[in-house]
Design a protein around this ligand. Structure first.
Ligand SMILES: [Fe+2]
Ligand SMILES: [Fe+2]
Length: 280
């Protein structure tokens, strides 16, 4: 496949996009929703706002990749709608986050190598899609169920778009398989840690992560652990290994296979030239 991915992705995503006006906010069954669920949705809403900081990071770190930066316009639009749809739901309960306080959450993410960022977001979207599907199943109220299903479908489509960009990048430079595999391995290990692609703790320029700034995020982490069964992580692992097997041409069935692949690629990689001796 050649030509810009942006053109194809734009049409692909436009065809299946939901509209905010499709959501019957006026039919929300308020009695079915507990205070705890409202708090969950509130923190979740602020988590989705983090696509703002991520977009600034993407446009900076992917400078030179016009195709990817063009796609950011669609990704950012759709992610910010996740923030808004949850915010609209919270308005039904007069519980939406205070607009004035949003700037306190703003942060700059540290520059990092784009291949790692791309693979991290690919795995992250696959994980988020699975979380949202679980939350859709578990939601106590019909409209919230629908909202979570819409968001889940979006996250899966974003993952597919990132996968397309990874595949395209590998066609140009096969050595990128190493950072893609390494980052995917890191994403699959220790799933309890903060692995939301846009809030990752180590990425903040001032050392304070996005999630540190969100009041109540620790509770959300606990709810995630309670509401997302073990098999969700297993299905993520299967999916990631299947794609990486295809992209690398190496059949992998387990995380150990992935570790072996990274070791092999590392050994095959031309060693970084030794730094020249400092002037005497
Ligand atoms: Fe999202
Ligand atoms: Fe997404």
């Amino acid at each position: 496949m050649t030509g810009p991915l942006y053109d194809a992705l734009y049409h692909r995503l436009e065809k299946v996009r939901w509209n905010m006006s499709d959501i019957p906010f006026d039919t929300v069954d308020k009695d079915a929703v507990s205070e705890e669920t409202i708090e969950f949705v509130r923190v979740n809403c602020l988590m989705e706002l983090s696509s703002l900081y991520a977009t600034r990071m993407f446009l900076r770190d992917f400078q030179g990749n016009v195709d990817f930066c063009q796609f950011m316009s669609v990704w950012y639009f759709e992610e910010m709608r996740h923030y808004l749809i949850l915010r609209e739901y919270l308005k039904v309960f007069d519980a939406e986050p205070d607009f004035e306080s949003l700037e306190d959450l703003d942060t700059d993410l540290k520059p990092s190598p784009w291949p790692n960022t791309l693979a991290m977001h690919w795995c992250g979207e696959l994980r988020l899609g699975r979380w949202y599907l679980q939350w859709s199943k578990a939601a106590p109220e019909r409209v919230l169920k629908q909202i979570y299903k819409y968001i889940a479908d979006d996250e899966f489509r974003h993952a597919q778009a990132y996968e397309d960009f990874m595949e395209r990048a590998l066609q140009k430079d096969p050595s990128l398989m190493l950072p893609f595999a390494n980052t995917s391995k890191w994403m699959l290990m220790n799933p309890q840690g903060d692995k939301h692609p846009t809030t990752h703790a180590e990425g903040s320029a001032d050392g304070q992560s996005v999630t540190d700034r969100i009041d109540g995020y620790d509770d959300l982490q606990q709810w995630i652990q309670q509401s997302v069964p073990e098999e969700v992580e297993r299905s993520l692992e299967t999916r990631v290994l299947k794609t990486l097997s295809r992209l690398s041409g190496t059949e992998m069935k387990s995380r150990s296979d992935l570790v072996r692949l990274t070791l092999r690629l590392q050994a095959e990689a031309p060693s970084t030239p030794a730094p020249s001796s400092p002037p005497a």
